[in-house]
Design a protein around this ligand. Structure first.
Ligand code: A3P
Length: 275
């Protein structure tokens, strides 16, 4: 099998059996002792679940639809990524520590690795979920590579266990594709904001795939090529549900379904694979 290193990706280490970038593992003590504040909002996802989409929606709600404020920085700088370590740049923890409250933070960590202060401070957590089949690229990668942040199944099942906590909001990528307005309203309500129709329509428009794809503050166009080579694939690739059908053979699909049934047995978490 190919390894991530051979593909030019960073070296991986491990924390409690979860593969993470080695430089993140080296800083683990500092990440685990991260001090959350009670008014922090945490966006927590498996990679490729639509993190950036939710980040943009949350920011537009928090900024009351002020587009200029939302363009103050690329989305990955507006919301520190707490396990991000890439010396000599400031780490995610350092960026978060330097940020005034209220902060919105991002993580891909599985529930068992979340710094405990988020629970102690009862921070609000938004958890966008998506089947890995939604994003065909992820589905292919999961089988080929030892993915950072561990297997998708364990990640979503782990987080689903906290679903009855009042401070956690689960969202599904497929629901957002079906009725974005309704899902934005859910987020606003969770954040304690009341949106009038005009503002709601504005947020729906500016967080649509086509508008975000052309928004340099959302489409990763400023990211260094060594980190993400957008000439291979744009970050905002297709943004559709069911694209796996264009990539999987029938045999691969059967193998996937068998594996999925086995690994997702015993959970009442269900996903819609196509719209
Ligand atoms: P595709 O690669 O299928 O296009 P993340 O931010 O977690 O890395 O997720 C990236 C995926 O979310 C990409 O999927 C991207 O296109 C999709 N995405 C981002 N913004 C979106 C939007 N406004 N509508 C639909 N999908 C969106």
């Amino acid at each position: 099998a190919l390894t991530l290193e051979k593909e030019g990706h960073p070296e991986l280490g491990e924390v409690e059996g979860i593969p993470l970038v080695q430089v993140t593992c080296n800083e683990w003590q500092r990440i685990q002792s991260f001090q959350a504040r009670p008014d922090d909002l945490l966006i927590c996802t498996y990679p490729k679940a639509g993190t950036t989409w939710i980040q943009e929606i949350v920011d537009m709600i928090q900024q009351d639809g002020d587009l200029e404020k939302c363009k103050r920085a690329p989305v990955h700088h507006r919301h520190p990524f707490i396990e991000w370590v890439r010396p000599p740049q400031p780490s995610g923890v350092e960026q978060a520590e330097a940020m005034p409250s209220p902060r919105t933070l991002k993580t891909h960590l599985p529930v068992k690795l979340l710094p405990p202060s988020f629970w102690e401070q009862q921070c609000k957590v938004i958890l966008p979920l998506s089947t890995m089949l939604t994003m065909a690229a992820t589905a292919a990668a999961v089988w080929v590579f030892n993915m950072g942040w561990g297997p998708w199944h364990d990640h979503v099942k782990g987080w689903w266990k906290v679903k009855d906590m009042h401070c956690v909001l689960f969202l599904f990528y497929e629901d957002m594709k079906k009725d974005l307005k309704r899902e934005i309203q859910k987020v606003a309500q969770f954040l304690g904001k009341n949106l009038d129709q005009e503002l709601l329509d504005k947020i729906v428009y500016h967080t649509s795939f086509d508008v975000m794809k052309d928004n340099p503050m959302a489409n990763r166009s400023g990211v260094p090529r060594s980190f993400m080579d957008l000439s291979i694939s744009p970050f905002m690739r297709k943004g559709t549900v069911g694209d796996w059908k264009n990539h999987f053979t029938v045999a691969q699909n059967e193998r996937f379904e068998e594996d999925y049934e086995k690994k997702m047995a015993g959970t009442n978490l269900t996903f819609c694979m196509e719209l």
